[in-house]
Write a protein that binds this ligand. Structure first.
Ligand code: XIL
Length: 341
């Protein structure tokens, strides 16, 4: 938990415009939309201005890394819940919900997993899913149960789980999670599925089959790691077909990167992409949340992962609001008084 009183968002490094405006979360409430951000736990502890923005502007938080398996169980049988608990306490103190991210994935798994014989993997995965979901029972509104299990061509991704357990591991993971917390909303989550394309067709077929089998899946998370050069064009149609299956949707990891250096034209183009992503969600019944994968460029994962690209978030390195922030604020400002006020 942060100690000391929160620092007001009025330092010289902060765009004054942001301090004077109603918080984004208050605007989002008019639409019954949860506005979320991924949280960098180190910045949350060390950077007062960062912490204050998270607390005041967002009504949902996702641990950027601390609920991934490698972080939770670095040594087999020895869990480290401290960092995840810190975020949950922070969320509770600020009346925020938590998105759990993520239970079953091919990345950021503990190293010891690689030493296990294949015939132990099913039991170990079940134990991981249920221990984790039970540990946070009642604290997590949405869980990303299975992350990135589909290839670009729509087939199932060749992962340790598919090889050891066969395609049924996906349905099993949802059933295990549901047993452990029947109230949590359970999501399938993936990237490059903003548009109607071969990959989102694969995800569509997968979740349609799961719903046919009465597997407890409640939603599809569209990560929406986008770039100004490749803006989604059919997101609304795509979200709509998932809604037609009776599923919730969510934009779970929004950012919009650009080739560096940033310039005013790219920043306006970026604002347009943010706006169109938000609009697609607002226009889709059952699109529950819009979560950015970090809200300020200083702590963004993008420069470390996409060579030569960056400036992907709605605030710049100094917490100054970019055109993308204005775009979100303007669209969220439409609508009547908040239903949560
Ligand atoms: C990223 C984090 O942002 C980085 O800090 C980490 O080094 C790697 O993972 N899809 C996901 C997220 O589901 O968990 C990833 O997060 C980004 C892509």
């Amino acid at each position: 938990m942060p100690d000391g009183p929160p620092v007001p968002v009025t330092g010289s490094a902060v765009a004054p415009v942001a301090a004077a405006e109603p918080p984004l979360r208050q605007l989002a409430a008019r639409h019954d939309l949860d506005l979320g951000t991924a949280v960098n736990l180190t910045a949350l502890a060390d950077d007062d201005v960062y912490r204050e923005w998270v607390a005041t502007q967002f009504d949902s938080v996702t641990a950027e890394n601390e609920m991934k398996w490698a972080e939770l169980e670095p040594t087999r049988g020895q869990h480290d819940w401290d960092r995840a608990d810190e975020l949950i306490a922070f969320a509770r103190a600020n009346r925020q919900t938590v998105r759990g991210h993520t239970l079953v994935w091919h990345n950021q798994n503990p190293a010891w997993l690689a030493d296990l014989p294949a015939d132990e993997l099913g039991a170990v995965l079940k134990d991981h899913v249920q221990t984790t979901v039970r540990r946070f029972r009642g604290e997590i509104r949405q869980w990303d149960v299975v992350n990135e299990a589909v290839e670009e061509d729509g087939s199932l991704r060749d992962t340790v789980w598919l090889r050891a357990l066969g395609p049924g591991y996906i349905a099993d993971a949802f059933r295990w999670a549901h047993e452990a917390d029947p109230d949590a909303l359970l999501f399938y989550n993936d990237y490059d599925v903003e548009d109607v394309n071969a990959k989102s067709d694969g995800v569509y077929d997968l979740v349609q089959e799961l719903t046919r089998q009465d597997v407890p899946i409640h939603g599809v998370g569209v990560q929406a790691h986008c770039s100004v050069e490749r803006a989604p064009r059919t997101l609304r149609e795509n979200l709509g077909r998932f809604a037609d299956l009776g599923l919730h949707t969510a934009l779970t990891e929004v950012d919009v990167r650009m080739a560096m250096p940033a310039d005013p034209v790219k920043l306006e183009a970026q604002a347009n992409v943010y706006r169109s992503l938000l609009r697609a969600c607002l226009l889709t019944p059952g699109c529950l949340s819009f979560t950015v994968w970090g809200y300020m460029d200083k702590y963004s994962w993008v420069p470390g992962w996409f060579e030569g690209e960056g400036a992907a978030d709605i605030l710049d390195e100094n917490f100054a609001a970019k055109p993308a922030h204005r775009a979100l604020r303007d669209d969220l400002s439409f609508g009547g008084p908040s239903r949560r006020d």
